[in-house]
Structures are given as C-alpha cells and as structure tokens.
Design a protein. Structure first.
Length: 188
C-alpha cells in the first residue's frame, strides 16, 4: 500500500485500486471509464463535507478496489447527525446527477444516480447498511439482531438482482458485483 499524510489526514492506495484501473482501461479506451471514478469521488466528497461541518473530519482515507473508505475520528455523533453523514454521499450523487441530466450529460446522470441508489442498499459496507446499523444499535437492539436483520435484507436484495438477471439477460458487471457482495456480506 502506498501511504502518505496531507494536513493530518492519512491517505492510502492499495494495489487493488491500481489493478482495478488497469482492468478498466483494458476494456475501455476512452475516458468514459473515469466517470464512475468521478462519481465515487463526488460521493465521498459529500461525506467529507458533512463530516467537516460536524467537526469530525476523516483521519484516514483509503482507496482500494472495492471503493473508498473514510475513517472518522472517534468522536460519536448523534443518531441524526450520523444518518446525515451516511446519507451525504448519496445526496451528493443525486444532486450532481440532476445537474448533469439538465446539462445534457445523460451517461454521467445514470452513473451518479445508480451509485447513489446502490450505496443506499442495506449491505454492511454501504451507506444503507451503516444507517440501519446506527438506528438499530442506538435503539438498543443487540448487535446480533442487527446483523441478522441486515443479512435477511441483503439476501432479499441479492435474490432480486438474480431475478432481474434471469429475466433481463446476463449482465457481467452485475454478476461480478453480486459475487463480491456475497463474499463481503456472508463470508467475511
């Protein structure tokens, strides 16, 4: 991993991050391949902006093949503020997607909106999963119960994705995404 600090924030870039770029450029020769990366950066910028507003800026930002991970300082926020922080990335995607749509950039709109919706799904490492965990744990629901609820919701979403693939045709990126989610949700 390549690591460095800028203004007290540790940045890390794993090999998988660079490998993903290499694979993406193997399949796409133009710069369209950078649109999902730009949408991810906008998403994380939404989180960072709200974290700074709430005086809990990230102390570490890690770029890896599965995305970008923000590590906040240990200060706990209220449930409401935590939900706002977790939602901020998706809201940033929806707002920039709308701007792109009205500006005529339909591909950027589609990618940005898809990323925002995707991150609201109840998977463990996604914003939706973090929102569910925050609400339930702080409502004094046990960690085990939260984990079971999240797994049931995740399994339901995965089944819906498989049904969509069965009736609309096989989509390689959706298949890879489902395999990745199943590994992360149920085997890690």
């Amino acid at each position: 991993m390549i690591s460095f600090n800028i203004m007290g924030v540790a940045f890390g870039f794993s090999f998988s991050f660079f490998a993903l770029f290499g694979v993406m450029f193997c399949f796409e020769e133009n710069l369209t391949v950078l649109l999902p990366v730009l949408c991810c950066l906008i998403h994380e910028a939404g989180h960072i902006l709200v974290m700074i507003i709430f005086k809990t800026p990230p102390v570490k930002i890690i770029f890896y093949g599965g995305g970008i991970k923000l590590v906040p300082n240990v200060k706990l926020l209220s449930v409401k503020k935590d939900i706002i922080v977790f939602s901020a990335g998706c809201i940033a995607n929806f707002l920039t997607g709308l701007i792109a749509y009205y500006a005529g950039y339909k591909t950027f709109f589609a990618i940005s909106f898809a990323l925002g919706i995707f991150n609201l799904l109840p998977f463990r490492y996604f914003d939706g999963g973090q929102i569910i965990k925050t609400v339930l744990v702080r409502s004094r629901v046990s960690e085990n119960t939260v984990e079971e609820i999240r797994k049931i919701l995740s399994l339901f979403i995965i089944c819906l994705c498989v049904l969509v693939m069965m009736f609309s045709g096989l989509n390689l990126s959706l298949c890879v995404t489902i395999v990745y989610i199943v590994i992360c949700e149920f085997l890690c």
